[in-house]
Design a protein around this ligand. Structure first.
Ligand code: NAD
Length: 391
């Protein structure tokens, strides 16, 4: 099959196996080039097939030399249709890891369910030395969650809270900048977004693992958040998703208490904005990110998922001096993004940017390239005219 990108807005329904494989290899090569990280070596990543979770798994395997278990929800390819990018990413990761003598086992299923938690806990007991893990990275991004007790489906929305949002946005395929107006969420939408993207499920993972005694002494866990600059606060930090992230912070404090008897700890890592399937779906963010990319690339401070995750492990989680969290238990990996000089420059561009000057003022090309790269497209080292098996 010849596989081409089929996209509509922020959704691309095809993915290229060879491109995804090369994306994974590139991340592995990055971690190998940075060298080993001193730390423990039994790691579970929930949400391990794309974005930050995949990068965390690569940093764990190739930086820490860890045995990894990964959990994700992806569509396998079949004879008539390509699979999802995460499916190909995971297959590539497993092949590389095994080839390099690293244990890697993955489960494709609904991480919100009791069954998947039970199966993963059992794998840890059977496959990890001592039947325990040292680190759980929680990196889920999902539009919906089925309640494991009641079966009720919660849907998350990306909306402002308490006020109409008006701001600039971009159609990143066409390069047209326009004004959007988004009505505020109602109470039900806020509650459901918190139920999907808040910390409830992270806490359930920890409780399931504690009950089965699979957490080692000194166990660490981290989940991811985003704060961002003033331009995106109304739609992100102060919107429905921000409400969910506040819940994540509350849950991290609860989890920290639960882990105290093990000498463990829980963190919310506030990460940098990067192009992923999850972030592409948020209005306004692609415009902000294409400006941010321009500024951070000029400043030589730009990072993608794997650079962030290597730095999280090397400089924070497993730094000999400790994780350097703030007073709310947050690790700030967005330090370079929010540097005042960078944000001042972003603000100046934000005020001036329009459809006529965006190509010059922002790195829209870089944004678009990263978007298609997510699905294995737009790489120079892949022959996209070649026949490939989607299976
Ligand atoms: P992503 O879309 O690339 O990854 C989501 C992962 O979750 C995938 O592995 C997917 O398979 C998995 N997943 C989704 N639903 C699942 C389910 N029901 N069961 C099992 N797995 C499931 O997203 P991302 O951008 O890497 O986001 C990960 C986390 O990082 C989120 O909490 C997000 O808010 C946070 N974050 C993202 C950014 C950013 O700019 N992308 C910045 C800061 C923080």
């Amino acid at each position: 099959m010849i596989i081409r990108p089929k996209y509509r807005g922020f959704i691309c329904t095809t993915a290229h196996p060879a491109g995804c494989e090369n994306n994974v290899r590139q991340q592995i090569d990055y971690v190998k080039s940075k060298g080993r990280i001193k730390g423990p070596a039994r790691v579970l990543v929930v949400g391990s097939s794309t974005g930050y979770g995949l990068a965390a798994r690569i940093a764990a395997a190739y930086g820490l030399g860890a045995r990894t278990v990964g959990v994700f929800f992806e569509r396998p390819g079949d004879a008539g249709k390509p699979g999802s990018a995460g499916w190909y990413n995971n297959r590539a990761f497993e092949n590389f890891a095994r080839g390099d003598g690293l244990f890697a086992k993955s489960l494709n299923g609904d991480a919100f369910s009791k069954e998947v938690k039970r199966d993963v806990v059992q794998w840890i007991q059977e496959e990890m030395p001592g039947g325990q893990i040292d680190l759980l990275i929680y990196s889920l991004a999902s539009p919906r969650r089925a309640d494991p007790e009641t079966g009720q489906i919660y849907n998350s929305v990306i909306k402002p809270v308490g006020q109409v949002f008006r701001g600039k946005t971009v159609d990143f395929h066409k390069g047209t900048v326009s004004e959007v107006s988004i009505e505020p969420a109602d109470e039900k939408e806020i509650g459901e977004t918190v139920a999907v993207m808040g910390g409830a499920d992270w806490r359930l993972w920890i409780e399931a693992a504690l009950a089965a005694h699979v957490l080692a002494d000194g166990f660490l866990t981290a989940a991811f958040s985003y704060l961002g600059p003033a331009q995106t606060h109304a739609i992100y930090k102060d919107g429905t998703i921000g409400m969910a992230k506040r819940d994540l912070e509350r849950k991290s404090a609860e989890i920290r208490e639960r882990l105290a008897p093990l000498g463990g700890n829980a963190f919310v890592s506030v990460n940098k904005a990067v192009v992923t399937q999850a972030s592409a779906a948020i209005p306004v963010v692609p415009l902000y990110m294409s400006i941010l990319y321009k500024v951070m690339k000029e400043n030589h401070t730009h990072e993608g998922c794997v650079e962030q995750m290597y730095r999280l492990f090397h400089d924070r989680l497993y730094h000999p001096a400790g994780a350097a969290a703030d007073d709310r238990g947050r690790i700030r990996m967005d330090d370079l993004e929010l540097r005042p000089d960078a944000q001042l420059r972003v603000h100046e561009i934000w005020e001036r940017v329009d459809s006529g000057n965006i190509a010059e003022l922002a790195d829209l090309e870089g944004y678009r390239k990263d978007f298609f790269n997510l699905f294995g497209f737009g790489r120079d080292d892949v022959d996209y005219e070649a026949d490939v098996s989607p299976v």
